[in-house]
Design a protein around this ligand. Structure first.
Ligand SMILES: [Zn+2]
Length: 353
């Protein structure tokens, strides 16, 4: 069932629940209970009409984006390679340590600001309950160690991808799709099913500079030096399709590198980069299935919250502040709040086209 209609049905049920509760509370109004009943009746009508209007708007929008997407995806699939080849030449500049990182950070910062401003009307509509489907493109690359052995199995990558796909679709109406040509999508179908074609295993061997990368300040340091350049060039060669989006910032795909280790962490996102890193299956316990969705969440404007607020939240972590306990979050069944969904949808990585 289209998410717009599912959402509308939920709101409709909420209207009915509020109405029934309203009628029940009217009995305590004595002589004035008729006034309470009238008020409850009117607010229910308003609630139902509003739900109907927002749901219809959402469905119409989905129809329009489906048609426009069909045309644009076809055009991009035919001409996008040329655009991406031009973009790749520009990106070669970005592979230069320090200077390239400088260009990327300035560029990504500016495109973040521009895209966030452009998304404001959509965010307001989202807050009012109108959330037509948006798209988020990912490119997942498993690295090989010094001996040529892949860091993770394709099945592992598929498991963590599928969880992200399901959560983003269910809670934010964002369709995560693999980065490839002729990938048509419509808001009238359910979440994607991840298959082997979503995952690329690097053909070359890697060394410790990209296999074992710290997060935080030292990770930022590495990103400015050779490590950042290597990730940039791997991303450019494995995820060439759609590179023009990384250069322009519009619907920029997120590259998910599966690497060997991140001291003290199971994943890392520096937010400003178009890539995230995730530790392979040998170190991350199978219960931490949310890791990819969590790191992509950072790239899409989400920050941590304390686990005591909501154990299931995708971004919940223990010891976030002094007053936060060290309870472990539920990493197997994550969810996103409305406010987080609005922020994700305003991200430059998440677009209608
Ligand atoms: Zn995090």
């Amino acid at each position: 069932m289209p998410s717009c209609i599912e959402w509308g049905e939920e709101r409709h049920q909420e209207c009915t629940l509020t109405r029934d509760e309203g009628y029940r509370s009217c009995s305590s109004w004595g002589w004035f209970s008729w006034l309470c009943i009238a008020w409850t009746w009117v607010s229910n009508v308003v609630c139902v009409v509003w739900t109907w209007v927002t749901t219809s708007f959402c469905v119409v929008w989905d129809i329009i984006t489906t048609i426009i997407n069909a045309i644009l995806v076809t055009l991009e699939s035919i001409l996008g390679w040329l655009l991406s080849a031009i973009a790749f030449i520009f990106e070669l500049l970005e592979c230069i340590p320090v200077l390239g990182t400088f260009i990327r950070w300035i560029y990504n910062g500016l495109s973040f600001i521009a895209m966030t401003i452009a998304s404001l009307p959509d965010a307001l509509l989202g807050a009012a309950g109108v959330r037509p489907e948006k798209i988020l493109r990912v490119c997942t690359v498993i690295l090989r160690d010094e001996h040529g052995i892949p860091i993770a199995s394709v099945d592992y990558a598929k498991t963590i991808l599928q969880l992200a796909v399901d959560v983003y679709k269910r809670d934010a109406n964002v369709r995560i799709v693999p980065l490839k040509a002729f990938k048509y999508s419509t808001g009238f179908s359910g979440a994607e099913t991840v298959d082997n074609s979503w995952v690329i295993t690097d053909s070359a061997v890697s060394d410790s500079s990209v296999l074992d990368v710290p997060c935080g300040a030292s990770g930022v340091g590495d990103e400015w030096l050779l490590t950042g350049s290597k990730f940039q060039s791997k991303s450019g060669s494995h995820c060439l399709y759609g590179r023009w989006r990384n250069v322009t910032g519009y619907g920029a795909p997120v590259t998910c590198f599966i690497i060997r280790s991140i001291p003290g962490n199971s994943g890392c996102s520096l937010w400003i980069t178009d890539y995230v890193t995730i530790v392979g299956e040998n170190i991350v316990p199978p219960s931490n299935k949310r890791v990819l969705g969590h790191e992509v969440g950072h790239s899409c404007n989400l920050w941590h919250i304390c686990v005591d607020e909501d154990r299931r939240n995708l971004m919940a972590i223990p010891r976030e502040s002094d007053s936060c306990s060290n309870t472990e979050p539920d990493r197997a069944n994550p969810s996103m709040t409305n406010w987080q969904a609005i922020r994700v949808r305003a991200s430059k990585h998440v677009t209608y086209f």
